[in-house]
Design a protein around this ligand. Structure first.
Ligand SMILES: C[S@@+](CC[C@H](N)C(=O)[O-])C[C@H]1O[C@@H](n2cnc3c(N)ncnc32)[C@H](O)[C@@H]1O
Length: 222
């Protein structure tokens, strides 16, 4: 499928899929959305744990992994990061995205390169705060180990284009894979998605969305 690189409202880039009219991130600001949804309302909410296993659904450009590594180092956390991705982004695309030319991320040049040169399907320790396991697999075929994940970054394409990624069955599978008190965060606030999460057993919280979006969702496994 054709992929184009576009610049979003905060100056950071994202990938646009013209055939689906879908983006990898919000066109209002890719970095701003990633920080708001996954770091402020996900990782910062869970960081009392100090040692966390994170699962990202839709590893894509690795932007969420990069800002998680940065946060883990700053707050002295130990993160084991599992990034699931069915269609890895190419090296040419990653170079063109050039996240580490942004003032907020330029200190992370080495780490961005480590994230992308790390082998797939192997857990690799990048530094004392961050280990990475990139998994090249479809969500449909993936089964997390029971009660092993503390935090899920649910960053699939929206339900308009990939409804099957947001089903009760998928949320049940993640629920089983999560620890008690585990948290799932997503940019999506669609009513049907929240009902599916609830049906899987989660407690749902609607939170203010990033700029340009009214709401986002946090789901907690009680
Ligand atoms: C919204 S983008 C993720 C953006 C990413 N988190 C980032 O920061 O760049 C959705 C991602 O899900 C991936 N994807 C699509 N279908 C998938 C599937 N069935 N299983 C796993 N990943 C899938 C896409 O290739 C894409 O990278």
């Amino acid at each position: 499928m054709k992929r184009e690189i576009i610049v979003t409202g905060d100056g950071s880039k994202t990938i646009h899929l013209p055939e689906l009219n879908e983006n990898y991130h919000s066109h209002h600001g890719a970095l701003q959305e990633a920080l708001h949804v996954f770091i402020h309302h996900g990782l910062a909410f869970k960081n009392e744990a100090k040692k966390l296993r994170i699962l990202e659904i839709g590893f894509g450009t690795g932007l969420n992994a990069l800002i998680t590594l940065d946060y883990a180092r700053e707050y002295d956390l130990k993160v084991e990061y599992h990034g699931l991705e069915a269609y890895p982004v190419s090296n040419e695309e990653l170079e063109a995205m050039d996240y580490v030319s942004l003032p907020a991320l330029e200190k992370l040049k080495t780490e961005y390169s480590q994230i992308h040169t790390a082998p797939w399907d192997t857990l690799t320790k990048l530094n004392p705060h961050f280990s990475l396991h990139k998994i090249e697999q479809k969500l449909e075929a993936y089964m997390p180990e029971a009660e092993s994940i503390d935090l899920v970054y649910f960053d699939a394409f929206g339900p308009r284009v990939q409804e099957e990624m947001w089903s009760v069955e998928v949320f049940e599978k993640l629920f089983k894979g999560m620890t008690n008190g585990g948290v799932l965060v997503t940019y999506c606030a669609k009513g049907q998605v929240k009902r599916n999460m609830k049906a899987a057993g989660f407690i749902i919280e609607a939170l203010p969305g990033p700029p340009g979006k009214r709401e986002m969702t946090r789901a907690v496994k009680p």
